[in-house]
Design a protein around this ligand. Structure first.
Ligand code: BG6
Length: 290
């Protein structure tokens, strides 16, 4: 049995990048940073381990622009549907409010943030609960505030740090159908036990509720992505040409990250009845690669 650690978690406001506000959270096991802009977790690092989350050296830190790296919250749409303005929804560009900080006796820290109401978000109640401890958990809770059915997409677009993308395998998706975003969302089936990266990858794995692992031979680390109420896993690495084309991303940074995103996208979009809530949850943990 693990003994409760007497040391409590701590939250302090940081002198953050740009004009943005952010918090630093320290716990007996880890350190994290969370920006109010986008309710964006930009860092999580267990003591003695490389950072779990990847954050671009070229990221913008300004209102109106998303942060590149960490965990952008994608809602209420994924990608760029023809009838919507902007890519990946709008909540990653909003300033959220910190509603509550809880410090449970085990030493972890729970932050509860809410999306302030605006004209384009009035249909939804949106809350985000981040738990920082030995692992990092995040839960996006959306309530239908209208008197009719409401459909949307959601995704926790997580950027993970890896030692060398050439020595990384993503496992847990064999036999799963995916939409290949590089080929007009053509439907294909994953035939490989392990996804490896030798070029650009941009895939929406559908009907995939199970955990996924990122096996990193360079860091000798395995990252486990466990999820609840998520039927979609997106796997993305921009590779060389797209990296060069992104102004907020370093030309070589594709070598040190992979995105494994948990959500409900495309055929897996969520539909809520009036008053109903959805809870998309991920738990990100790490350990030694055996
Ligand atoms: C991924 C998409 O989720 O996000 C990619 O599958 C996209 O197609 C990537 O390029 C990054 O999007 P953005 O808007 O943050 O540059």
């Amino acid at each position: 049995m693990t003994k409760a650690n007497p040391q409590l978690g701590k939250v302090t406001f940081l002198d953050a990048q740009g004009d943005l506000q952010a918090m630093e959270v320290t716990t007996p096991w880890s350190r994290a940073e969370v920006y109010l802009h986008g309710a964006h977790v930009t860092q999580f690092q267990r003591h003695g381990e490389p950072p779990l989350l990847f954050l671009s050296q070229c990221s913008r830190f300004e209102s109106g622009a998303p942060i590149r790296g960490g965990i952008p919250i994608i809602f209420p749409w994924f990608g760029k549907p023809a009838d919507k303005l902007g890519q990946h929804g709008f909540v990653r560009n909003r300033d959220w409010e910190l509603k509550e900080v809880v410090s449970p006796a085990d030493g972890s820290v729970i932050l509860r943030l809410i999306l302030p109401e605006a004209n384009d978000s009035a249909d939804y109640g949106v809350e985000y609960v981040v738990t920082i401890g030995n692992a990092l958990s995040a839960e996006l809770i959306v309530t239908n505030r209208t008197g009719h059915k409401l459909s949307f997409e959601n995704c926790l677009h997580t950027y993970f740090t890896v030692g060398d993308v050439n020595a990384v395998a993503v496992t847990g998706l064999k036999g799963v159908e995916y939409l290949d975003s590089l080929e007009n969302r053509q439907r294909k089936t994953e035939s490989d036990e392990a996804i490896r990266f030798t070029g650009e990858v941009d895939r929406i794995y559908i009907n995939s509720p199970l955990a996924v692992e990122i096996r990193d031979e360079t860091f000798r680390r395995v990252i486990r992505v466990e999820k609840e109420s998520s039927l979609t896993t997106v796997v993305w690495n921009p590779w060389i040409a797209k990296a060069k084309a992104m102004s907020d991303y370093g030309d070589d940074e594709y070598q040190r990250m992979v995105c494994v995103e948990s959500g409900n996208v495309a055929v897996n979009e969520v539909t809520l009845s009036p008053g109903e809530a959805s809870r998309l949850k991920v738990k990100l943990s790490s350990g030694a690669l055996s």
